[in-house]
Write a protein that binds this ligand. Sequence first.
Ligand SMILES: Nc1ncnc2c1ncn2[C@@H]1O[C@H](COP(=O)(O)OP(=O)(O)OP(=O)(O)O)[C@@H](O)[C@H]1O
Ligand SMILES: [Mg+2]
Length: 458
Amino acid sequence: MAQVGFENVLGVVETTSVSCPVGRIIAIEDGRLIVGGLSQFAAMGDLVRIQTPDGFARGEIVRIDDQKIAVLPDVPLEGLGIGVRVALLGAAKLAPDDTWIGRVIDPYGEPLDNKPLLPGTMPRRLTGKPLNPTTRRGLGTRLETGLCVFNTLLPIVRGQRLGLFAGSGVGKSTIMAMLAQRISADVVVIAMVGERGREVREFVERVLGPQGMARTVIVAATSDRSAALRRRCALAAMTVAEHFRDQGKQVLLLADSITRLADAHREIAVSGGESASLRGYPPTTASMITTLCERAGPGEGQMGDITAIFTVLVAGSDMEEPVADILRGVLDGHVVLDRRIAERGRFPAIDVLRSVSRALPLAATEAENKLIAEARRMLGAYERAELMIQSGLYAAGSDAAIDAAIIAWPKLDQFVAQRETQNSEASFASLAQCFDAKSKGTQKGNGDAALATMAQNQ
Ligand SMILES: Nc1ncnc2c1ncn2[C@@H]1O[C@H](COP(=O)(O)OP(=O)(O)OP(=O)(O)O)[C@@H](O)[C@H]1O
Ligand SMILES: [Mg+2]
């Protein structure tokens, strides 16, 4: 153990530059520092160290011309003035270490839990490249998620990238927490981008607890942190995930939320001079999001896989909203949460019909696929007739498919809500029971009873 610590310290010494170019602030405008003397050395996205009245702060280079650079600092501008020293640190890097498991860190790899943290021995650029698509594996085997609906109707496989789309407060973070605790994975890496400060603490202490944290690394940049730091949070989490994947581990990466990441990117890009055009977002937003997502996915050779779940905030479940639209193009599936379902108290509020896992049909056996298709058919038939059923216009017996759907629907609805499960076999067995005429749903609104009442009334 002592040796690991020593190697880590040596790593820090080896990667620390003995000298770095230094410039000075020549102007402060539009929330940016204009710095002279660094143009010849700087690259876009490089980090700088700014001398402040309290010590130092970091910033990110957002614009370069032949005379000066523009820097977006991580701290408010108060106390900074002309002539302040700005040192160039170079590209943003992170050296993840196995000892980071169980810890909460910031995007610089510094601890947020008031305990000492050592960096690893191999610094990685935050802007890593996706693996070559021709050499990486295809999607892997089905994962045990511990949740019925994800074990059956919406299976998650190794290396899959899923989007979780929902309005605010419909249950995105809760689903992520449930998966973080239960899904089969060696390491879980969670990016908390722009969350409220108390949410991070609550998540660590109450939601995940010591058991969940035992295999988890959390990278957090709360909503009060700068846009540059918030954007770097997602990149840092991906870099940590890649560290474990390269060791052959199965990694689950959860990023909450891509919308806040896109908002941070917009803030940075606009202050670098880009104009917002893609329905409110600058054009580079699409490449930023797709490059990040492409870094997740199946590995190659001896590597493990990064299975990733990205949350997206969609107002009024509008899937055409720009961030949702960009993300959907690179995902292997999407899960849509519906506020109306949450409002009637059914959690997780997954709208199964509008959610798709592209791991199907390969992720399930022929018999399992038949059950899934049957469940979707029933839910679809019920949804098409729902208005008529609820307004009393549907006459029982007039359509056999709708009659069957009315009986199965309460059981299916309860099945989606039924959270914990031992394994996929048990989950499929309880899905099969939804179509078993002898097994009755226990929820209010039992379908058989509804049909009987309907028939009596007509
Ligand atoms: N599975 C669940 N079981 C019971 N209640 C739930 C469940 N999921 C969500 N809720 C309720 O919905 C509330 C909001 O959930 P959550 O914080 O997960 O939503 P969110 O979509 O992440 O919200 P935000 O957009 O603010 O990040 C919870 O405080 C809880 O009351
Ligand atoms: Mg949330």
